[in-house]
Each structure stands twice: as C-alpha cells, then as structure tokens.
Design a binder for this molecule. Sequence first.
Ligand SMILES: [Zn+2]
Length: 61
Amino acid sequence: MLKIYICAQCGTIRIVSNNHNSYCVLCNTSMKLTSISYEDYIRLDLEQRDAFIKNYLDKRP
Ligand SMILES: [Zn+2]
C-alpha cells in the first residue's frame, strides 16, 4: 500500500510503498507520515493539496 510522506520544512511530498523512514532530498531531514491515503491524495486538486501541505509545515514565528 502506498503511503504519503511530507517534509515539514519545505512541503515536499513523497509517495512510498514501504514503511521505511523517508528523507527529504532537499532538506535531508526525516519526513512525516501523513494520515491521508494515496487514493485520497491523488483526488485532491492543486488548491486542496496546497492546503493539505500547509497543515503539515512547521509553524514559523
Ligand atoms: Zn524538505
């Protein structure tokens, strides 16, 4: 089953097919597993993806 990982620093999304920790190629930090399924994610339009990503980004002061 495919899982959606996100980088909380830059918002990069990675779709992975296993449970290994994923690292962002840009930030070299560990990515968070999101709660959305791959099937749901691919149905989101660009605006919805944007809002979804912002939800997971680290809050900056
Ligand atoms: Zn990143």
